[in-house]
Design a protein around this ligand. Structure first.
Ligand code: NAD
Length: 355
């Protein structure tokens, strides 16, 4: 990337512990470091066994286990979790699981001010951001608040061993999307470019190994390291067209989060490509290709991930409504976003044809 010497970079307070086995061995010491003695552990129903092991490791410092996290944090779930935390007299929250569990932990932090420790089990990157989301009446609201950013993040690659191959691939490509958009964000910076390039390189190297052997421990470590880098990019920059499209398709049409990111990314990148020469230079180097949008589309295909919105259940008749929604909001994007342009991106993504 050419050095422009004109940027603002805000590093956020937070601590990262990265080690196999850390969920159980490091969470209690992280809680102690923060002076917390009464923690509510939250997780989703599928992650309950792992969260219970974390709760057991906390011993007397565990105020209870609340295994009710669901996708997109419905507001009534947040209300219930806040009530549980208050009734237990919790002085902190530990979220164990994917973006949905961490999202519930953030909702508690937002309402109560309680400090959050995150123990992620996917590559969503939510643990590195001050962004919260709540869904009410079918609409998802998001916002930024420093109080929801986890004070400590415990990365344990062993937690990700149970992530099925398909979700490993789509969650990994979800992480790539953060790095890609950070490279052309209005608030990008040289440090972001370094993290994004390394994140893309490490993730795209690890995913083919994990698609053929989800139990490859070295590749699990590498993918989680990449997710940390990509999540850090997400937390420090403003996302553009790609994330707006995925937000609209997830919130308004119920499409699954990681899969939607996987399908849309090559097309959103192809749309922005004429306006982002420097970002493309970085991506070409990281991906070892002359054509980053095609390389991402090809990667998804080779690893058996979905490549069309039709496969995810979006009807052709929904495309126009989605385009109006995404083109109608003001947000930063390197190339002007027109309704016609968004419709073309969505049409191509719906068909899944080569970008
Ligand atoms: P998720 O948390 O909903 O998890 C997907 C599925 O995988 C769930 O059924 C879960 O139980 C299961 N799972 C998770 N970890 C597993 C493991 N190790 N082994 C086996 N199964 C496992 O999905 P996600 O993609 O991690 O997160 C998506 C949610 O996070 C969305 O709501 C999205 O909006 C939000 N998100 C928020 C931010 C932010 O900065 N606020 C960033 C990224 C994602």
């Amino acid at each position: 990337m050419t050095f422009s010497g004109d940027f603002t970079y805000e590093s956020r307070p937070g601590r990262v512990v990265f080690r196999p086995g850390a969920a159980v061995t490091a969470t209690p010491s992280e809680a102690e470091r923060l002076g917390l003695r009464c923690l509510l552990v939250v997780c989703g129903s599928r992650g309950e066994a792992v969260a219970r092991a974390v709760a057991d490791a906390l011993g007397d410092s565990c105020a209870g286990l609340h295994a009710e996290a669901r996708m997109h944090v419905p507001v009534e779930d947040a209300d219930r979790a806040v009530a549980v935390a208050r009734a237990a007299g919790a002085d902190g929250v530990v979220a164990v699981g994917g973006g949905s569990s961490i999202g519930l932990g953030k909702a508690i932090a937002l309402r109560t001010g309680l400090p959050l420790i995150a123990v992620p089990s996917t590559y969503s990157g939510s643990e590195m951001t001050p962004v919260w989301g709540l869904t009410e009446g079918g609409a998802k609201r998001t916002g930024r608040d420093p109080s929801v950013q986890p004070r400590s993040v415990v990365y344990d690659p062993e937690l990700t061993l149970s992530l099925p191959a398909a979700l490993t691939v789509t969650s990994g490509i979800n992480a790539l999307a953060h790095a890609v958009e950070a490279l052309y964000a209005p608030d990008t910076s040289p440090l972001i470019a370094l993290m994004a390039e390394e994140g893309v390189r490490a993730m795209t190297e690890a995913l083919p190994r994990l698609a053929s052997d989800p139990a490859d421990r070295a590749a699990r470590g590498q993918a989680l390291y990449a997710a940390w880098l990509c999540g850090s990019c997400l937390g420090s920059t403003t996302m553009g067209l790609h994330h707006k499209l995925c937000h609209a398709l997830g919130g308004g049409f119920g499409l699954p989060h990681a899969e939607t990111h996987t399908v849309v990314l090559p097309y959103a990148l192809a749309y922005n490509a004429p306006a982002i020469p420097e970002a493309l230079t970085v991506l070409k180097r990281a991906l070892g290709t002359d054509d980053p949008p095609h390389a991402l589309w090809d990667l998804a295909g080779r690893l058996g991930a979905p490549r069309s919105l039709a496969e995810l259940g979006l009807q052709e008749t929904d495309l126009a409504r989605a385009a109006v929604q995404v083109a109608g909001q003001p947000y930063a994007n390197p190339r002007p976003v027109t309704e016609e342009g968004v419709r073309a991106v969505l049409r191509a993504a719906h068909e899944g044809r080569r970008p």
